[in-house]
Design a protein. Structure first.
Length: 136
């Protein structure tokens, strides 16, 4: 069964380099549409390094749990220490999250999960895709 997910990615350690690597690995998991990437101020983390962020939609055969496992593996390949209980409060080479599944029943809720600092990227992604591509 094919699933479509709305996801986010961000990095503030070697962001351009890690973004390119992460996007290549994510693209191997299914059909992907990326927004442009933009620098944003850190949220819920004390650091002097801005984050490079983007949104993307991925269509794949994986369940949400399987996809998150793959995303965690990509993060670890790029140097994130997920065993550190404070990893979410530290600078990171990559963070990839599933915001929600884009099914007819859940698409509205998924888009509402987009953080305010990624709103412009959400509008861009929506304007570049057809209604059918936005909802599975």
């Amino acid at each position: 069964m094919t699933h479509r997910y709305l996801c986010s990615m961000g990095a503030n350690i070697a962001p351009e380099q890690n973004f390119e690597r992460a996007q290549q690995r994510v693209a191997q998991l299914g059909c992907v549409h990326f927004s442009s990437a933009r620098y944003t101020q850190p949220v819920a983390i004390v650091t002097e390094h801005d984050f490079l962020n983007a949104l993307f939609i991925i269509e794949c055969e994986l369940s949400a749990e399987q996809l998150k496992e793959r995303f965690n593996s990509i993060e670890e390949e790029l140097g994130r220490d997920r065993s550190d209980p404070l990893s979410s409060e530290k600078d990171r080479p990559m963070d990839i999250d599933i915001l929600g599944e884009l099914s007819p029943e859940t698409a509205r809720q998924a888009w509402q999960e987009v953080p305010s600092y990624l709103t412009e990227m959400a509008h861009e992604l929506k304007s570049n895709l057809s209604h059918e591509e936005l909802i599975a």
